[in-house]
Design a protein around this ligand. Structure first.
Ligand code: FES
Length: 145
């Protein structure tokens, strides 16, 4: 589907990934507008329910972006988030979604270029996978075809 523009939800921690996104903007780095950022105080707040709800609401891809390991401002929030993301990957696979639609990244607030790179690469990955079967916009279009 050549005109497919995925919806990607990025759960970003306030202290690092959100700061990196802000820096990317200040540096005028380009990254796809497909990214919908949801700011969390820390990735330790993420739960499988948040991630599954994003897919249920039509996200084609979801990622969690937190501080570098060892640099979480709440000590080990990102270390808590990582197994939750991995567990949710298994859950989405069980319902027929590719686990590659979900990922976790780590970056510091100084890594604006890395934020833009992750955004670009992840959107490309999701474009390759195609629309999520739960994305009603594309499901309706393909059902009508
Ligand atoms: Fe960034 Fe915890 S404050 S991951």
């Amino acid at each position: 589907m050549s005109d497919f523009e995925p919806i990607v939800v990025a759960f970003c921690c306030h202290y690092c990934a959100y700061g990196a996104a802000d820096l990317a903007g200040s540096m005028r780095l380009e990254y796809p507008t497909n990214i919908r950022i949801i700011r969390l105080p820390c990735t330790g707040k993420i739960t499988p329910v948040f991630l599954l709800r994003a897919f249920e609401r039509g996200a084609d891809g979801v990622y969690v972006a937190g501080c570098l390991e060892g640099d979480c401002h709440f000590i080990h929030g990102n270390l808590v988030a990582k197994p939750r993301v991995n567990y949710t990957k298994k859950l989405i696979q069980e319902v027929g979604l590719e686990p590659e639609r979900l990922e976790m990244f780590n970056m510091s607030a100084a890594m604006g270029p890395r934020f833009a790179e992750v955004a670009r690469e992840f959107v490309e990955r999701i474009k390759t996978l195609g629309p999520s079967p739960l994305n009603k916009t594309y499901r309706v279009q393909s059902d009508a075809a």
